[in-house]
Ligand binder design. Structure first.
Ligand code: TXA
Ligand code: MG
Length: 391
């Protein structure tokens, strides 16, 4: 590129893959596309290589990494000798690999360096479905530890451009695979619990509904069926709350450099909150800037949102609008969230406003990320006539 960064474009030419693979084998991290988000990969079984992931991202050392494999044979190579996966685990692997599902396995500490697991007794493993990711791991013939390729705390990159903007000078090579299909990270699942139920540690690309229906097909008797438990919704674990093992619980996450507000427009406020009109939200936001010049804000809202109309009819408010897609298509909203935050930040807006989406299917992961990214949440009323200036 003009900046001198060697960006190699996909379609995945064998030259690009071999260059990336050579760097990996030399112990260097490289950035590669996956179906979820871009990953910053390094040899998982080489502690010196894995440690460069932490320094490149500024990642706290107590936050463990996901190990990526390209085949079942590679999985077997890193699991404890003689370890037999459970019926439940086999089902999840058969149904969702390759794909955006990460599973916990017991960790063989003689194989997986402790820097990768942050000393946990388990290791998180996934088999990505993106052809470039799979080809890179297969070509390197070694599992890759890979977190999202962003500076710690920032939104995860879903395009090579996002990685350039954030980690540009810090990595030797970025494989460009275009925009990621899923746009949010993999679902992190603990299916090792002795009670036999599935715990969702981080909602993601594979939905709770997908997992429930896969289980229902295999376990025909409802009484024997493992349940799918979502942290904070179906169970509360104080140890998890304080530990870094629950993604994003302990550290600030997914935030662009401009303030983000989450607006609830359908969910009623909890008992300790009150709601306000959407127009007073926008006038308060404008007045708080105190600059006297029009305030430029970014709006990330579903198609047909009343919020957009109300914001646009607020005096001295300039709106840059990005669509989250149809209101009933959470997969599209999920795919656009990080790109929306990052491109509004690039546009130079001084505040980003995101409207809630329903917490069904991919909407659960969307809301999980935006709740962490947003500094503040507000409950607003959007009566159809409100704030509307008839012409
Ligand atoms: O989609 C994805 O999973 C992407 C792409 C690149 O594959 N990767 C990703 O990695 O999101 P990262 O590091 O940003 O998130 C991994 C999460 C961490 O937040 C960590 O807490 C959790 O997985 N994790 C890793 N090992 C764990 C373990 N042994 N127990 C519990 N959670 C674990
Ligand atoms: Mg991440």
């Amino acid at each position: 590129t003009d900046d001198g960064w060697p960006v190699i474009s996909c379609p995945a030419t064998s030259d690009a893959l071999q260059a990336a693979s050579r760097l990996l084998r030399a112990g260097k991290p490289v950035v590669f596309p996956t179906e979820t988000v871009y990953g910053l990969g390094a040899l998982a079984l080489d502690p010196a290589a894995a440690s460069q992931i932490f320094s490149t991202k500024g990642r706290p050392p107590d936050n463990p990494l996901i190990v990526h494999v390209s085949s079942h044979a590679m999985l077997r190579r890193i699991l404890p000798k003689d370890y037999k996966t459970s019926k439940l685990c086999d089902l999840l692997i058969r149904r969702f690999w390759p794909g955006p599902l990460t599973l916990l396995f017991p960790c063989d500490a003689t194989v997986i360096p402790s820097i990768v697991t942050a000393g946990q007794p388990t290791v998180a493993i996934r088999m990505p479905s993106h052809p470039v990711a799979r080809a890179l791991i297969a070509e390197t013939d070694a599992p890759l530890a890979a977190p999202s390729a962003n500076s710690s705390g920032k939104p995860s990159p879903t395009r090579a451009e996002h990685v350039l903007q954030d980690l540009g000078g810090k990595v030797d090579l970025i494989l460009n695979g275009g925009p990621c299909d899923v746009g949010l990270e993999s679902t992190v699942v603990d299916a090792l619990h002795e009670d036999g139920h599935v715990r969702i540690l981080r909602p993601g690309g594979v939905t709770v509904e997908d997992i429930e229906s896969a289980i229902a097909e295999t376990y025909s008797a409802p009484s024997t069926r493992p349940r799918v438990l979502v942290h904070r919704r179906d169970y509360q674990d104080d140890a998890i709350e304080k530990a870094p093992t629950t993604p994003g619980m302990k550290y600030r996450h997914y935030s662009p450099s401009v303030p983000v507000s989450l607006l609830y427009t359908s969910t009623p406020p909890p008992p300790d909150q009150t709601s306000m009109s959407a127009s007073s939200f926008f006038t308060t936001l404008r007045d708080a800037s105190g600059s006297g010049i029009p305030l430029r804000i970014g709006l990330l809202v579903p198609d047909g949102s009343q919020l957009l109309r109300i914001a646009e009819s607020t005096m001295d408010l300039e709106c840059v609008h990005l669509s989250l897609g149809p209101v009933d298509d959470p997969a599209v909203s999920a795919q656009r969230l990080f790109h929306g935050l990052l491109s509004l930040e690039q546009e130079g807006v001084s505040h980003i406003v995101v409207e809630e989406v329903r917490e069904v299917k991919e909407g659960l992961a969307f809301m999980n990320r935006i709740k962490k990214a947003a500094g503040e949440a507000f409950w607003v009323n959007i009566r159809p006539t409100e704030g509307h200036t008839p012409i």
